[in-house]
Design a protein around this ligand. Structure first.
Ligand code: 13P
Length: 287
């Protein structure tokens, strides 16, 4: 199946109260593992790359070619959107021109006026190209690939104004953080989520989806979160499995220097993490 945009999957998730897994990828092993795990679970999927990950893998055309090739060769039949995560204005344009089917414009570091006007321009360009759009209000705390945020709670009126542009999904700061949550972190701000959701009336996006307790994830979904972004947890499960393989001494035996053998424990661990997330998000059998 060819890549699709995220419009229909987001509408269905919003209506039926589950969340689409948005999984950030870093290389071929990541992309292949995530696609196969989502296919196994019959879950719709958003495969995402930050600008940093695109640069690491070679560029937009390389990522597009790799993901669309995998879709065909692996006979993937679930709906998959290829999404640019936290893109600048120019990066969103580049991604759209390179075949990405979904983009997030992150104007959260601009004034609301600039953020709104740039989102408006990109929404027009995306519409012409059949691409879905995510915008952001408030900021996500922590650091994601060099982008640092304070964690400002989103203003519900700004959320309403932004969603009226005809965007498909809206990321809102609700006390969520990119990367591991510190010990002192207690909870998402559900009161803010409720107020934002009531005004935005479209599927909201929970960034920083790694390490949030399951009960909070499910409460957030019941209050309007329809897409959850996960990056750190896959990086952690991959690294942990490879470290264990190396520390056990197995990696040094025979021909286990072969990358296909050396990386295998990491990909097996990532598969399990994706399956666990899909079950938690309620997106199993929704494809
Ligand atoms: P984590 O790295 O905390 O899972 O967040 C991912 C994310 O929000 C990508 O946009």
């Amino acid at each position: 199946m060819s890549l699709v945009n995220a419009k229909l999957m987001m509408k269905d998730a919003y209506k039926k109260k589950y969340a689409i897994p948005h999984i950030n990828i870093n290389n071929l092993e990541w992309a292949k593992t995530v696609l196969l795990a989502a296919q196994e679970m019959k879950s719709p999927l958003i495969l995402a790359t930050s600008e940093g990950a695109v640069k690491y893998m070679g560029g937009y055309k390389t990522v597009y070619g790799m993901v669309s090739g995998l879709m065909e060769d692996l006979k993937i039949t679930i709906p998959v959107a290829l999404h640019l995560d936290h893109g600048s204005f120019d990066a969103c344009v580049k991604a759209i021109k390179s075949g990405y089917t979904s983009v997030m414009y992150d104007g959260s570091h601009e004034t609301f006026k600039v953020n709104y006007n740039n989102t408006k321009k990109l929404t027009k360009l995306a519409l012409v190209n059949g691409v879905s759009v995510e915008a952001e209000v408030g900021t996500i705390g922590g650091e994601e690939d060099g982008i640092v945020g304070n964690g400002d709670i989103a203003n519900p009126d700004e959320a309403k104004k932004m969603s009226s542009l005809g965007i498909d999904m809206l990321a809102a700061g609700i006390g969520n953080i990119h990367g591991p949550y510190p010990e002192s972190w207690k909870s998402l701000n559900f009161e803010a989520l409720q107020q934002i959701s009531a005004k935005a009336k479209i599927g909201l996006v929970l960034h920083g989806g790694s390490g949030i307790p399951k009960e909070q994830i499910q409460k957030a979904i019941s209050l309007g979160i329809s897409k959850i972004n996960v990056n750190t947890e896959l990086q952690q499960s991959n690294a942990k499995a490879i470290w264990a393989y190396v520390e056990s001494g197995e990696a040094k035996k025979g021909k286990n220097f072969d990358p296909r053998k050396l990386y295998a424990p990491g990909t097996a661990a990532m598969r399990e993490t994706v399956i666990e997330k899909i079950k938690e998000f309620g997106s199993e059998n929704r494809a």
